[in-house]
Design a binder for this molecule. Structure first.
Ligand SMILES: Cc1ncc(COP(=O)(O)O)c(C=O)c1O
Length: 319
């Protein structure tokens, strides 16, 4: 069971691949779980960006995989570290969130995408590119996707969670037919069939031509929120290093040396803030100075207020 056929056909037509290469499931994180069981064995090594999406780490660890992080620079993975990790661990796959990464907001440059693809071919590992934020760009120019540069050895995961609703639970994968077949077998053995009602709902949304307007609406809503976040950080926390996202849901801070996220999380409620600890996003090193700021759910006035409270929390850590 590979998902509702009309929806698979629509997606295949949109990106000009064969329908055999499209798998639609109940959200992309469950597809990642099925993919993990279909392709990898306990003890296999998977490389990830450091930091990366925390649920992906949980998915890989639960399957007994050895997860190794590679530092993320402002334009994607550090290539020297990546080459060293490939040499040391002979990975089966590399998992990457190339556009407006969760949790850092970083986008991988085209030059790095090409270099990573080259390494994947030379060392025969798979690239799993997770792209749920790709269409939510508020500034700058699109960067060509891994699959569009060279489809071989690339599995692409995407989702309607950020474009329609997370509760609808519809995600999709583009891969070779052989991989789709293996994932479909795991999926059938796990949940028999995805929710056809949700798949039909998404199909109808696309068939009616609602998606382009919806994406414009989301960009018009979130773009000013990103700009408000960056402006508030520049004025209230000018000395704190941060990412420079051009889309997506997240901006990330690197807290000053000597300040821990744990301290910040403990003090935040005194300013009426709730912060998430950074450690959960790190595969194998301390991520305690990392702070993710999700800006999409707040209005611009709330963002300005939240960032000035954040600055006060930082002051409190020095007291
Ligand atoms: C990078 C990434 N992958 C996957 C997901 C989950 O997507 P879905 O709701 O389709 O399972 C998220 C949601 O936050 C995400 O940020």
């Amino acid at each position: 069971m590979r998902g509702f056929v009309p929806l698979r056909q629509t997606l295949a037509e949109q990106i000009a691949v064969s329908v055999d290469q499209i798998f639609v499931g109940n959200g992309s994180i469950q597809i990642l779980d099925s993919l993990t069981h279909a392709l990898f064995e306990p003890g296999d090594t998977i490389l990830v960006e450091r930091p990366t999406y925390d649920r992906t780490l949980t998915t890989f660890r639960r399957a007994g995989l050895h997860v190794k992080g590679v530092s993320l620079d402002g334009d994607g993975m550090n290539l020297d570290e990546l080459e060293a990790a490939i040499g040391a661990h002979a990975p089966k796959a590399l998992y990457v969130i190339p556009d407006f990464q969760n949790p850092s907001g970083v986008t991988t440059s085209l030059a790095k995408r090409e270099a990573i693809l080259e390494l994947a071919h030379r060392h025969r590992f798979l690239i799993v590119a997770d792209i749920p934020y790709r269409l939510l760009r508020y500034e700058g120019e699109d960067v060509t996707g891994f699959r569009e540069v060279r489809a071989e050895r690339v599995v692409e995961l995407s989702s309607f969670s950020k474009l329609i609703s997370p509760g609808i639970r519809v995600g999709w994968m583009v891969a070779s037919k052989a991989i789709v077949d293996r994932v479909a077998q795991v999926a059938v053995d796990t949940y028999i069939s995805p929710s056809m009602l949700s798949h039909g709902t998404v199909y109808e949304f696309l068939r009616r031509g609602w998606m382009p307007d919806n994406i414009e609406r989301l960009k018009a809503l979130y773009g000013p929120r990103l700009r408000a976040t960056l402006a508030a950080l520049s004025s209230s926390l000018p000395a704190v290093a941060r990412s420079h996202p051009e889309g997506g849901f997240f901006v990330a801070l690197t807290l000053p040396e000597g300040v821990s996220g744990e301290q910040m999380c403990q003090l935040a409620p005194q300013e009426g803030l709730e912060l998430t600890r950074g450690e959960g996003f790190y595969a194998d090193v301390d991520g305690s100075r990392f702070l993710r700021l999700p800006f999409c759910a707040l209005r611009e006035d709330e963002i300005r207020e939240a960032v000035s409270r954040l600055a006060r929390v930082l002051e409190r850590t020095k007291a």
